[in-house]
Design a protein around this ligand. Structure first.
Ligand code: BYC
Ligand code: FE
Ligand code: FE
Length: 483
């Protein structure tokens, strides 16, 4: 069967890439499948594998109607391989090969580079499922539980997306890498996931919302730049992944704003004006806004690390080779070659944070990170608008890019959220005012009690404005059969 917008369900692996006619890849994927299911059953959502979850499944790549909703037991979810349609006459749009026809096969000279990028992308997907595997047990509602599981199954599908590319285009090493993707474990000392943020814990639901807001948004930015790739199958698979990604960021953005909404409403009802009267606010069974800010500081800074070094020859090589572009590459007005351009990069110059012009090619990571920060700020502004409406005097603010960093220019300095360079001692004194402390974590944990009654929500989070698939807030989004 040729490539279509319809998805072939006649094989075990739903797909629109004509797997039936590609026995070699079909076999490789069928061999990988049991290991995947085994991974899902042991590392996926703990305790809910026999529950019926009201999930959307991608059944087409038609932007107008690509998903259907139904009750599914997660291990029976139809993880499929779905690529956005091939664009007739697509070219490599940037770098040294600009203007050549986009590649349908991996160019030999870029094989190692492409494999590496695909493996890194693939590694993050199961990592996030592992990080979130215990959250179902403390879900603040069935609605939220369902959203968590939706995100989880789709991250599973994103792993499939990368594994397909590895199996189809990278022969034996691709098969080995596909196997390794099931062997690494988030947070494991011996076989950790590849990128820093994916080895951190997601200990509570506020962290989950911050993660889906900040870290899934890194996913969006990276997928956007891989969607520009001259390697057409990578571009097409990333384009389809981005349609799913939008929901993950929605879960994060609304999760945080619903948490703040519950806090503000409880403060109003109790006549508390001062958002910094933390003890009084916490007694109301809601999360105080300054603690939410600390969580945002943590997850934002961890996510900034995912952009790599500000000045990076790797990034320059990716770009120059045409394998990884910039955010919205084709909408940028310049020569898309960048060999004679510069870009301002924030750097540490004799102990001071300064903007320094660097060759645009080596500053590609910085540029993507700037686009990311701008995108984050839009969401933060929406949170602030909602708080402002309640009359509570508080605004969220993203910390300076030098704050709490482990990768790049600022990894060896301590900086405050407003970008002052500090001594170790000053930092140590203030750390708990800027990042969640043990006591903050314990308090949040104390609120993480399951609330699984239809239509009910935990005290610390407001109900959503609208449900999923036009269902109400009291719809039974998950029929729990614990096992
Ligand atoms: N942790 O030139 P440099 C998502 C390494 S999220 C550990 O600075 P480069 C999702 C780097 O590998 C999106 N190591 O950086 C979200 C290199 O090592 P080698 C995931 C790091 O290469 C939520 C060395 O440091 N996708 O989808 O330009 C839920 C120097 O590297 C880190 C991608 O990331 C780090 N944070 O950029 C589910 C896209 N940063 O080569 C899913 C693919 C750097 O010296 N990846 N290193 O051994 C890439 O484009 C690039 O690999 C990176 C790094 C942007 C990550
Ligand atoms: Fe993903
Ligand atoms: Fe995601």
């Amino acid at each position: 069967m040729p490539e279509t917008t319809h998805v072939d369900y006649s094989t075990k692996i739903p797909n629109n890439v004509g797997l039936m006619d590609d026995q070699r890849v079909l076999k490789a994927l069928e061999q990988w499948h049991p290991g995947y299911i085994d991974w899902w059953n042991t590392m996926g959502p703990d305790g809910f594998q026999t529950s019926d979850v009201y999930l959307r499944t991608a059944v087409s790549i038609d932007p107008k109607g690509w998903a259907k909703f139904d009750y599914v037991k997660m291990p029976e979810y139809r993880w499929g391989i779905l690529l956005a349609p091939r664009m007739e006459g697509r070219q490599v749009n940037f770098g040294a090969h600009k203007g050549e026809a986009a590649w349908q096969e991996v160019p030999g000279e870029y094989r190692a580079m492409l494999r590496r990028l695909i493996v890194v992308q693939g590694d993050t997907e199961p990592a996030s499922v592992e990080q979130q595997r215990f959250l179902g047990k403390t879900a603040p509602s069935l609605y939220d539980m369902r959203n968590l599981f939706q995100v989880n199954v789709e991250e599973g599908r994103h792993l499939w997306a990368m594994v397909y590319l590895l199996q189809k285009h990278f022969g034996r090493d691709g098969r080995e890498e596909a196997g390794e993707l099931l062997n690494r474990r988030s947070g494991d000392a011996d076989k950790p996931r590849m990128l820093g943020a994916f080895n951190e814990e997601t200990p509570d639901w506020l962290s989950f919302f911050m993660f889906t807001f900040f870290t899934d948004r890194d996913g969006k930015m990276q997928l956007e730049s891989l969607a520009q790739s001259g390697f057409d199958p990578l571009s097409r698979t990333c384009r389809f992944m981005l349609t799913e990604e939008a929901h993950h960021m929605f879960v994060g953005e609304t999760g945080v704003s619903r948490t703040a909404e519950a806090t503000c409403a409880a403060m109003k009802a109790a006549g508390i004006e001062d958002p910094y009267d933390i003890n009084a606010v916490r007694k109301l069974g809601v999360i105080d806004l300054p603690t939410m800010q600390k969580k945002a500081n943590l997850h934002f800074s961890l996510s900034l690390d995912l952009f790599g070094s500000e000045v990076s020859t790797n990034a320059a090589n990716y770009y120059n080779s045409g394998v990884k572009g910039r955010f919205q590459e084709t909408r940028i007005e310049d020569d898309h070659v960048l060999t004679s351009d510069t870009y301002p990069v924030s750097k540490l110059v004799s102990g001071q944070i300064k903007m320094v012009d660097e060759p645009a090619l080596t500053a590609i990571n910085m540029r993507l990170r700037d686009d990311y920060v701008a995108d984050c700020n839009k969401g933060v502004e929406r949170w602030n608008k909602a708080i402002e409406k309640t009359g509570i005097n508080f605004r969220f603010k993203l910390p300076h890019v030098a704050f709490h960093r482990h990768i790049g220019e600022f990894q060896n300095v301590k900086a405050s959220p407003d970008g002052q360079v500090l001594s170790e001692a000053e930092w140590a004194k203030k750390r708990d005012a800027w990042l969640p402390s043990k006591a903050d974590g314990d308090f949040i944990q104390s609120l993480m009690q399951p609330c699984w009654e239809r239509g009910k929500f935990s005290s610390w989070i407001a109900p959503p404005k609208v449900g999923v698939d036009n269902k109400g807030g009291d719809f039974e989004y998950v029929k729990i059969h614990q096992g």
